[in-house]
Design a protein around this ligand. Structure first.
Ligand code: PAF
Length: 292
């Protein structure tokens, strides 16, 4: 595996791969990799002749009050995992390489960034959209791969790519879960045994929402309140939101028909966790949508 820390080096390697006839795939990450990231690399590997994975804890997407400093990091282990996943090039820039001067240019999507995650993290998606556009400019991939767990991020990136005519296919790969349903997340490392158990409430809330839809409930408010109720049954779990929205523009729904995003966020043992289901609700039944 090639390892680059400089923008010009990774850009040249991707350009050479493209000139040699390979499709280039980019898997952007914050590092502290888990099987969810590896599933993104595997999807990129299936589709692209040259796969670049970036590891960069992007300060722009963390507010001063958030966990930038304590965000878990283990570069040596991450590089081993990328090598084992058959990634062709790892890009691990420093903050100085990515932002040599204070940034003056930002990408903002005010409406998509204001809701759900944006209510508690108002500057987060500007930081995400800006670094993703920068990584796209650096590697100029044919496809970029994201996990479904961060659904709002995928909606933001899809819209940015559309609005700014960026020539890249945005691929979304299903969330990888533990056998009991807990969505994999780098932040799970901060959960002790009891918080780990409590964190299952997120999957439980989403499952309760889905069960209601399967039983014929179509009132989005009822589904959202039920999910919120499941989260708040445990006093040690502090729900942030439980939402039933349009998966594309994240606007709230009154009645559920067709595609729907069930999304939850909660603090468990001091750790903020998110999860979602993307469903297709039709008279024939309820099925999970394959996000790719
Ligand atoms: O989802 C993430 O890991 C980050 O938001 C991303 C896409 C790597 C941008 O920093």
């Amino acid at each position: 595996m090639l390892e680059f820390t400089r923008i010009e080096e990774v850009r040249a390697a991707a350009r050479a791969a493209r000139a040699g006839g390979s499709r280039v795939g980019l898997v952007p990450t914050l590092g502290y990799l888990h099987e969810g990231h590896i599933s993104l690399c595997a999807a990129a590997r299936r589709e692209c002749g040259f796969v670049v994975a970036s590891i960069f804890v992007n300060p722009l997407q963390f507010a001063p009050t958030e966990d930038f400093d304590s965000y878990p990091r283990d570069l040596v282990r991450d590089l081993g995992m990328l090598r084992a996943a058959g990634v062709d090039a790892a890009f691990t820039p420093s903050i100085e390489e990515m932002y040599p001067e204070p940034m003056q240019s930002f990408v903002s999507l005010p409406e998509l960034s204001r809701v759900l995650e944006g209510e508690t993290r108002p500057t987060h998606f500007q930081g995400v959209a800006t670094v993703v556009l920068k990584l796209l400019q650096i590697a100029q991939p044919d496809s970029i791969f994201f996990g479904q767990k961060d659904w709002q991020q995928t909606a933001v990136v899809r819209r940015m790519v559309h609005d700014l005519s960026v020539p890249v296919a945005v691929m979304v790969v299903p969330t990888v879960r533990e056998s009991d349903g807990l969505a994999l997340s780098s932040r799970n490392v901060h959960l002790d045994a009891s918080a780990r158990q409590r964190a299952l409430r997120l999957f439980g809330a989403l499952s309760a929402g889905r069960a209601l839809l399967e039983a014929g409930e179509r009132n989005a408010g009822v589904v959202a309140r039920t999910m919120h109720g499941v989260l708040s049954e445990d006093p040690a779990v502090r729900p942030d939101y439980a939402a039933v929205v349009d998966p594309k523009d994240l606007s709230p729904l009154e009645r559920v028909t067709g595609r729907v995003l069930l999304a939850v966020a909660a603090y468990v043992g001091g750790v903020r966790l998110i999860d979602n289901f993307v469903l297709d609700v039709s008279p024939g039944g309820v099925r999970e949508l394959s996000p790719l």
